[in-house]
Design a protein around this ligand. Structure first.
Ligand code: SF4
Length: 209
């Protein structure tokens, strides 16, 4: 694992290159899962206060469901977004003309020039990254299910989410991450150069022999 500032980054996150390709995945992360996305009470309240702003994007059925309550509790008492039925699109979603499950909260923020993180739950905004706040700082893990599809030649997953991460941890933190990746790349190139030189040397020795 790696520690940058007070953020612990798992080895898997550090090594993963990934950037969501909505055209390929069709927004499946808003549809599949054991239960609705994890959410906090404050996030639920903000969504409730904004139902009026997103209602035109939602089906009547989903709107009625959400009016009864945005969240449900799991067995441990943790909050999740309410579900219409298991493995159906989130009630806060709508399907666009390309058959992609889209988030009404995200669309509303883009339309009104609001910061996405001000309305869309943190879990949803960063998935497939999973960040947790602990007593000693933050931990970043990731979980990339089969339905997640990346663009070709993606950057490191942390940099794909650089905008949101800089809102959460600050621009300096993201810059420190970039610097660390640059250092890694320089080290990798040096090692590669060394390897090639050693091989060249061996070839020359074989030639003399
Ligand atoms: S709140 Fe938005 S991003 Fe989160 S699961 Fe629902 S539709 Fe998807």
């Amino acid at each position: 694992m790696k520690m940058i500032g007070n953020v612990i980054i798992s080895d898997e996150v550090w090594a993963t290159k990934f950037s969501c390709d909505l055209n390929k995945c069709k927004g499946k992360c808003c549809q599949y899962g054991d239960i609705g996305s994890p959410i906090t009470e404050e996030e639920g309240q903000r969504i409730k206060d904004n139902l009026i702003n997103i209602k035109d994007m939602l089906s009547n059925e989903n709107l009625e469901l959400l009016k009864k309550g945005i969240t449900i509790k799991d067995k441990r008492g943790d909050l999740h977004i309410v579900e219409g039925a298991h493995n159906t699109p989130c009630p806060l979603s709508f399907i666009n003309k390309d058959n992609i499950v889209m988030c009404s909260l995200h669309s509303h923020c883009l339309k009104t020039n609001q910061k996405v993180l001000d309305l869309k739950p943190l879990w949803c905004s960063l998935f497939p990254l999973i960040i947790k706040s602990t007593l000693v700082g933050w931990i970043i893990n990731c979980y990339i299910p089969d339905f997640c599809k990346s663009i070709d030649n993606p950057p490191p997953i942390l940099l794909s989410f650089a905008d949101y991460l800089s809102e959460i941890f600050g621009e300096k933190w993201v810059e420190a991450v970039r610097k660390e990746y640059r250092k890694n790349e320089e080290r990798r190139m040096k090692n590669e150069e060394g390897r090639l030189k050693r091989e060249e040397g061996k070839e020359q020795e074989r030639g003399r022999g």
